[in-house]
Design a protein around this ligand. Sequence first.
Ligand code: 1CP
Length: 349
Amino acid sequence: MSFKNDLFLRAFTDEKLPRPPIWLMRQAGRYLPEYRATRGKAGGFMDLCRSPSFCAEVLLQPLDRYDLDAAILFSDILTVPDAMGLGLSFGVGEGPRFARPLRDETAVKALAAPDMSTLQYVFDAVAECKRALTTDGVQRVPLIGFSGSPFTLACYMIEGGGSTDAFPLTRRMMLQRPELFQHVLDTNVTAVTAYLSGQVEAGANALMLFDTWGGVLAPRLYRELSLAPMQKIVAALKSKFPQIPVMIFSRGAAHSVAAIAASGADGLGVDWQSDLVDARAAAGPHVTLQGNFDPLLLTTDETTIRRELAKSQEGFDSHHRYVANLGHGITPDTDPALVEVLVQTLRSS
Ligand code: 1CP
């Protein structure tokens, strides 16, 4: 495969780059009017995810507007528990809901990794996204595939949706019925390994594990119940696909940067509540760091963005093993014009 722009993949080598590559978590999404239009055409959010051609359409929208160095598959982390039969739905203006969350022993014991054919629509979306990025055999930018982490998926599967209170039902099962919780994690490890392998086979050039909720755990439990399962996945993927970079993004886990860096992952996401300089000191020089601008900056103004970007990179070598990104996903109230300011400011850094 040849790339028109492979800067993102080169950030996973020891090469000194002319500038840091840039992409933005949730770069395709509700802040873009053209995304809202496509979603309207598709029907609901899951209808969008189930249509490879609509996925490719929204994947290209941020790339056509901004000068970005990577594309991310358009899908969601909750496709995997949906394929396990938990019954995912998205109400209008609401977060995700599962009709059959894992609330008791019977439900947990019945849980099994899904047949990957139920997720064929995601692999088809990867292949279609790849086709949409490619002209005359040359791929515009690398394509990132992704999954939720076993722990983060378990949070949604047990709670039955999002939580504003650190997933109390999930943490109660984890504390009181550790063997049941472990079964959920083990099932997720098997499912996520197969799911990400399928994405690579369909054409993904790099992989990312989104561990949005690992940071609700105390450091000891984070390492045991969030990082350890991710490490199993990373080991399996690296033995099958040694050339594919794998990144871990654990939000709120600054306490464990050194452990994440030692996990075998090629890169780690730094959240907006951490410092890049501290993360580099803890991670050492051989792991790629990605982050960590506050997504809220994209709802401020040009002067604030320029000032904060300069300050947050002081004393940090952004040309070596670094991918510029936000420290969490773009929010729906983002001003698309400020995304342009951010990208252009980073381009000249
Ligand atoms: O209404 C809509 O159109 C749906 C909004 C939306 C979008 C655009 C959801 C529902 N998911 C997505 C796409 C998505 N989700 C992507 C691909 C787009 C891109 O990055 O360009 C990715 C990588 C995700 C990952 C995801 N989904 C995470 C992990 C990353 C993170 O931001 O923390 C999580 C936690 C989810 C669950 C989810 N899906 C959607 C929502 C609103 C949520 C959060 C639910 C909650 O806990 O409140």
